[in-house]
Design a binder for this molecule. Structure first.
Ligand SMILES: NC(=O)c1ccc[n+]([C@@H]2O[C@H](COP(=O)([O-])OP(=O)(O)OC[C@H]3O[C@@H](n4cnc5c(N)ncnc54)[C@H](OP(=O)(O)O)[C@@H]3O)[C@@H](O)[C@H]2O)c1
Length: 253
């Protein structure tokens, strides 16, 4: 219970990696704001799972990419925190668009990815910064697509931007003792990667990974929890690849 007495906000905490992070931070003792976009049932399920396990959580809706979303999230967060500050911010919510390639991407689709994956975490961070005490923690969820090339060109650009955002913010907030790091997942089984349900696709991924399988959401969440913990106090401005050893070299299997 190393986060006893702390509070956390996990954007996109209703499903996938965000849900696993919310559950892990709550298990460590934090009171967790579970943010979601539109899937109220998933957020409710996450909050119920946390409370059933003895933790504390509340849901906050705000659909990034719609007007006023950051303000709505801020206001819902403040109401739920009930006078407390925000010790841990996890910028996790994002979308991928599988039509996002150089041939088919449109200015509108580009703007939507930038809006949700970059603009929302940046302006959310700006908005909640006054709630974060000295010594607080910010963890941004990036992606391995910043170093392995995928056709989804704008998505990759948004995650590269998030890495730069993390390092700049780490420098700016260092004097306040606030650490800012990015966790960069490899290929992880969530709703975003429905294609991993296909055993042939999963097998192809396993053959590229030194540890021989694709990732599960808790594999990533546990590292998010590390960056949120006191143990990570001397680490800031880092991007950590969390992928089981993706493409380390030819696989002999
Ligand atoms: N899965 C992977 O293999 C993988 C790999 C590398 C990086 N990542 C990154 O890991 C993070 C989590 O991904 P995931 O795979 O867990 O995704 P996911 O299962 O699709 O969950 C996405 C979460 O983001 C929220 N969200 C989506 N669009 C939103 C919007 N417009 N406004 C507010 N919230 C929104 C969703 O809320 P609702 O439930 O309301 O829809 C949901 O909680 C993302 O940053 C992703 O880029 C994932």
């Amino acid at each position: 219970m190393s986060l006893q007495g702390k509070t956390a906000l996990v954007t996109g905490g209703s499903r996938g990696i965000g849900r696993a992070a919310a559950e892990r931070l709550a298990a460590d003792g934090a009171r967790v704001a579970v943010h979601y976009g539109t899937n109220e049932a998933a957020a409710k399920e996450t909050v119920e799972a946390i409370t059933a396990a003895g933790g504390a959580a509340f849901a906050v809706p705000a659909e990034f990419g719609t007007p006023g979303a950051v303000d709505a999230l801020h206001d819902g967060l403040v109401a739920g925190l009930d006078g407390a500050g925000l010790d841990i911010l996890v910028n996790n919510a994002a979308i991928v668009d599988y039509d996002d390639n150089i041939h088919d991407v449109t200015p509108e689709a580009f703007d939507r990815l930038i809006e949700i994956n970059v603009k929302a975490p940046l302006f959310l961070t700006q908005r909640v910064l006054p709630l974060i005490p000295d010594g607080g923690r910010i963890v941004n969820v990036s992606s391995g697509v910043t170093w392995f090339a995928q056709p989804e060109i704008t998505y990759g650009i948004t995650k590269g931007a998030l890495n730069v955002f993390s390092r700049s913010l780490a420098r700016t907030l260092g004097p306040r003792g606030i650490t800012v790091n990015a966790v960069s997942p490899g290929i992880t089984e969530t709703d975003m990667n429905g294609w991993l349900q296909d055993p042939t696709s999963a097998g192809r991924v396993a053959a590229m990974v030194a540890l021989g399988r694709h990732g599960q959401a808790p594999d990533i969440a546990d590292v998010i929890a590390f960056f949120a913990s006191a143990d990570a106090r001397w680490v800031t401005g880092e991007v950590l690849e969390v992928n089981g050893g993706l493409w380390l070299g030819p696989n002999e299997r």
